[in-house]
Ligand binder design. Sequence first.
Ligand SMILES: *Cc1c(COP(=O)(O)O)cnc(C)c1O
Length: 509
Amino acid sequence: MRRIERNAPESSLDPPHWRKLRAASRRMLDDMLDYLENIHREPVWRPMSERVRQAFRRDLPVRPAELRAVYEEFLRHVLPYTAANVHPRFMGWVQGGGTAIGMLAEMLAGALNANCGGRDHAPIEVERQITEWSRRLFGFPAGASGLFLGGASMANLIALLVARRAALGPAVRRAGLGASDKRLVAYASVATHACVARAMDVAGLGTEQLRLLPVDADHRIELEALRRAIDGDRGAGCTPFLVVGNAGTVDIGAIDDLASLADLAAAEQLWLHVDGAFGALGVLAPEIAPRLAGLERADSLAFDFHKWGQVPYDAGFVLVRDGALHRDTFATPAEYLRRATRGIAAGDSWPTDFGPDLSRGFRALKTWFTLRVYGTQQLGAAIARTCAVARHLAARVASEERLELLAPVPLNIVCFRYRAPRGDADALNAAIVADVQERGVAAPSTTRIGSRLAIRAAIFNHRTREPDVDALADAVLRFGDRRVGRRAPRRAGPSAPRRATRTRARVAR
Ligand SMILES: *Cc1c(COP(=O)(O)O)cnc(C)c1O
């Protein structure tokens, strides 16, 4: 019979032998630090074989397994096949690189297993600290509220719901949208992230009630068009209620004229929300901060710590100027969540009063560690660095005859493409991107600039340096030349991917 240790009655899920678990844990920690230290030696991405996929199509496990065996599977079937946004040559979409500090904080949070829906405990104070820091960082007044969410998509939705509540009053919560005869209309530029339209849908307002306005040559919302649209809608009996400004568009990183938007919103009595998913944290970089002027006048702001802030996924955040209104949008009395004046149930304002979630993880801890360990100075320097790397790539593109830049590069995103001598340039560039990804050289993504498909290199990872973007440019030229049958005018660059070397991760015994 198995010996039952004092702290581990057989019926609990605690390990029967803590000492053995400690040994396994140290190995896992070492392996993961090895992984982060050496990730630059690995290909960015490897396609999963059918055999690998089969590992995740098994029957529900009924009997226990050895931790060692499960960990071995993780090393074999998960670790080598991530999208690798921790990799310095990952430049696809808009994703942060994370840090080892963030990873360690995740481990600490995992041990506490805190539920941050409410009640009186230090994890809630940590979240309040982040709210307070964010409030000051973005120049919001005392009384502003903040909340961690999964990402900016959710943060945009929460802000939109507060704006809806502001426009329709408290009745909307009881009687629903049908009780109002107002037709609410919102405004944003065509460069706005699709999650804003989805938020209109989810909020019951309808995507057609989001007017998508044209942008100028710098991809910023055209204010005259916005004014005309508002007038037109008022004339047609609609109720304009919300304008969404962009602080860093997802395609190219354009920043709307936020100060003018704030003036216009004030004059028209509209709620000004800013989608600052990645760009808002540009306030940490002295060279970018002035371009965000006006952000401090927004009624609400959505942003992500997990992009430019390098906090591990996920860590979205919403700030609302009028914290009382934010609370009135979501707070719902329930006897089992009664607030006490003493004990664990103390505190009047709990995070659950500010959003739809009750149970919530401790996202604040990894954010707190990141801000404390690096300080805003170092994080700001990393942000500025990504912009410098993007400028380097833009200059490289401009210097290559076979490449063309498709959009301005105001921040850290470069949209370019290989010039097709003939035929379908969109198909060619899509194929080049797939080539570059599949060879594991780099991971750009694509987008459309106007009618043209662009190769999009979004430099968010603090690890990415000039040679990494040069490797991307070299690879695009090489694969492009090969596809159009052009002889390369000079030797292909130094970016041939090294052969995949398996991470020398040892397996827990
Ligand atoms: C990334 C992004 C979003 C969506 O944020 P998630 O954190 O992925 O939900 C919204 N808007 C912009 C401008 C973004 O870059």
